[in-house]
Design a protein around this ligand. Structure first.
Ligand code: NAD
Ligand code: UDP
Ligand code: UDP
Length: 317
């Protein structure tokens, strides 16, 4: 018999950017949180403020290996998310998505836990329809340099739906679109952190290609709200469900906004576009809105102000 009524929640990838915000939110909601991470792209700094809490526990573990613990809910976020990180060891990236999903689904099956998968808009590849709806099957190059991530995540989705159909595991699959905020890694090459760090340190802003490619940027707090709502949804809500902010900007517009907001004198420089870089990306979030009443609240300028503030303090360290 269990003595505590606290919900036991495991977050894989909990020391990463999104994972650390999720752990913080779950702790604030009174959960018993188990953070699992191998520190491939996350850091102890991201969760240092949580470790003194008796209901927060951290284990160094690689999800490609089995893990035996008793929990009620699993958020499976373990996987490097930035192209620089996931392309550094592409075989490990696919293993993390695929073997990691098998192990976490096996665990969910054994303990009858609900499990949420942090999937990605990358399952749509370089999309031919715009904005992207959940029923679009995607346009992914299976042998390109982004494939270790895109195809790994696609296979993980397949595994989630097969464990659901074959073993009745309660699954929640969230397709996350570009999300930003404090605790992004300063050197992982993602566009928001790159541009802010460059702007604050007076370096050139590196625009890949002509800067006409688009992305839609969601502030981290909005996404975490979406995760919590999705985990709390009825059993029949499996996803896949898009989560992101539909406000779409070109990369050049983003650079100009960040320069202005940070009062920077940095210049724009244009560099080659990486292979298979998607030309446009914008979530259709009708389904999330209808099913979870979820709509992002934070406007780009508001979220950027908080993120610029974070990096100002971070760079002074
Ligand atoms: P991140 O790199 O900051 O976090 C990933 C975490 O997973 C890191 O702490 C890393 O050390 C850990 N990890 C990696 N491989 C592992 C392994 N084998 N075993 C255990 N831990 C491992 O990235 P993030 O932005 O926080 O992304 C979190 C999740 O959300 C990822 O699954 C990512 O694919 C997904 N996602 C993020 C975005 C975004 O815009 N941030 C967009 C789409 C999807
Ligand atoms: N697994 C795990 N923790 C558990 C239960 C299973 O890590 O609590 C792993 C297990 O090592 C296995 C994988 O999850 O490789 C898939 O488990 P499942 O029961 O679906 O398959 P099987 O064990 O029959 O291969
Ligand atoms: N990008 C850029 N300059 C940078 C970093 C990224 O122009 O310093 C571009 C990149 O080519 C892509 C977009 O910004 O078109 C978003 O890149 P990111 O790696 O953040 O995310 P993803 O491509 O995975 O959406």
């Amino acid at each position: 018999m269990r003595i505590s009524n606290r919900k036991r929640v495991m977050v894989t990838g909990g020391a990463g950017f999104l994972g650390s915000h999720l752990c913080e939110r779950l702790i604030n909601e009174g959960c018993d949180v188990l953070c699992v991470d191998n520190f491939y792209s996350g850091t102890k700094d991201n969760i240092a403020h949580l470790v003194s809490n008796p209901y927060f526990e951290m284990i160094r573990h690689d999800v490609t290996f089995p893990l035996y613990v008793e929990v009620d809910e699993i958020y499976n976020l373990a996987c490097p998310a930035s192209p620089i990180h996931y392309q550094r060891d592409p075989v490990q990236t696919t293993k993390t998505s695929v073997h990691g999903a098998i192990n976490m689904l096996g665990l969910a099956k054994r303990v009858k836990a609900k499990i949420l998968q942090a999937s990605t808009s990358e399952v749509y590849g370089d999309p031919e329809i715009h904005p992207q709806t959940e029923d679009y099957w995607g346009h992914v190059n299976p042998i390109g340099i982004r494939a270790c991530y895109d195809e790994g995540k696609r296979c993980a989705e397949t595994l989630f739906f097969d464990y659901y159909r074959q073993h009745n595991v309660e699954i929640k699959v969230v397709r996350i679109f570009n999300t930003y905020g404090p605790r992004m890694h300063p050197n992982d090459g993602r566009v928001v952190s790159n541009f802010i760090v460059q702007a604050l340190s007076g370096k050139d802003i590196t625009i890949y290609g002509g800067g006409t490619q688009t992305r839609s940027f969601c502030y981290v707090d909005d996404l975490i709200d979406g995760f919590i709502k999705m985990m709390g949804s009825n059993e029949e809500v499996t996803g896949p469900i898009n989560m992101g902010n539909p406000a779409e900007f070109t990369i050049k517009q983003l650079a100009e906004i960040i320069i202005e907001m940070s009062g920077s004198k940095s210049k724009l420089v244009f560099m080659p576009l990486p292979q298979d870089d998607p030309k446009q990306r914008q979530p259709d979030i009708t389904y999330a809105n209808q099913t979870l009443s979820w709509i992002p609240q934070v406007k780009l300028e508001q979220g950027l102000a908080k993120t610029i503030d974070y990096f100002r303090k971070f760079l002074l360290l």
